[in-house]
Design a binder for this molecule. Sequence first.
Ligand SMILES: O=C(O)CCC(=O)C(=O)O
Ligand SMILES: [Fe+2]
Length: 455
Amino acid sequence: MHVEQHCTGGTMMICTVRQSDGSQSTDGRCMGHAGRAGQTNHSTLLANKIGRLRTNLGPPIYVATSQPERCQCSKGRKILLFVAYCIYAMAAAAEIKIGQVDDVQELHRAGLETVPDRYIREGDDRPGGDNVCALAHIPVIDAGELPRGGDELDKLRLACEEWGFFQVVNHGIEEALLDEMEKLAREFFMLPLEEKEKYPMEPGGIQGYGHAFVFSEDQKLDWCNMLALGVEPAFIRQPQLWPTKPAKFKETLESYSVEVRALCQRLLAHIAETLGLSPATFGDMFGEAVQAVRLNFYPPCPRPELVLGLSAHSDGSAVTVLQQDVSCAGLQVLNKGGAWVPVHPIPHALVINLGDSLEVLTNGRYKSVEHRAVTDGERDRLSVVTFYAPAYDVELGPLPEFVSDEAPCRYRRFNHGEYSRHYVTSRLEGKKTLDFAKIVDHQATAPEEEPCSCN
Ligand SMILES: O=C(O)CCC(=O)C(=O)O
Ligand SMILES: [Fe+2]
């Protein structure tokens, strides 16, 4: 493998990795500031000494191959820590044994009347039970009204504070484009298995067709097939994983992603306003934001009361945009009372939820909220989910506006790329991934357990 540095424009290094078989890929990521004349330039120093290990585990991984300790300043130490962390993550990834993971569409096709043990949940983890609040609804926001401020902005503030989830109508994305995306996504999942397997997600991987977030043989599995793709910036794309069938899939996903990106930016500007911040706050901070898409397909399940379509989790994004078909209310959101509230599909509305980045930036004033997907005995379900997050080189931590004597700092500062890596190498387990950033208050007494409620 040969690494070639193209340029170090300020903080971004672009390099081309040539493999011994002659194939090559171009990649870019912040590796520190460019040094002034006569000083060590970390980008140059590391570019000469790194090779990129090809992986599909989220952000690219760089590994120092010799003498990186020559770089002595604190920026250099940070980079070395990052490199050491990456080596650790790679070593962990190399150990992954996930055992037999069936394709759930194939299980459904085989006409099973029961489900394999690996899908069967226990106790509270089962979707049935009395902690589902079928009559409650997440708020609906009219995005067309938001630029006028007033009541709709107040509604948005309340939705962010009380739910972390809302449906958005009048969002400005053409219905025909939403329909086309849904149709092509569905057509992809209907292809024969051998066609879909041309885009395999590696064990422990995060891009391609398969099961993400599976890291061990004893882990419970979700009743779901996924196709996950990095979209922006260009260096996270793995073009070989973008399906060539159905025809038009790629170009439709491109157009769709451009529109959804713009929607995320508009919504983040309004969310900033609801917090009393300048509308440009998040846009300025996020840099070249990371955008990824995941298509989730949940075939009918013979025992829907025993399995989950997708384990409970919060998203590692800043905001997530979820398009769901109108077949059934498979998405459930955990409300403040600890009850699961189904999200009833509104045709052509988009479901928005706040992710972990916004929880950290607002010091917990707005929270990322746990959600999960459940399955149905008769109907399949499809969701097209876009994750929009800060660039990997952005440092996140609570903004000073949200820290005070009454609201002490609850999260440490961290590099968002590190968090993304932590997120994609951890199983989905409620909000556990955010422990990565939480400052533990040893003096706080544990809250008393309250029964869950629909409030
Ligand atoms: O399919 C759904 O409704 C949930 C999907 C989701 O939460 C995700 O992909 O992160
Ligand atoms: Fe999610």
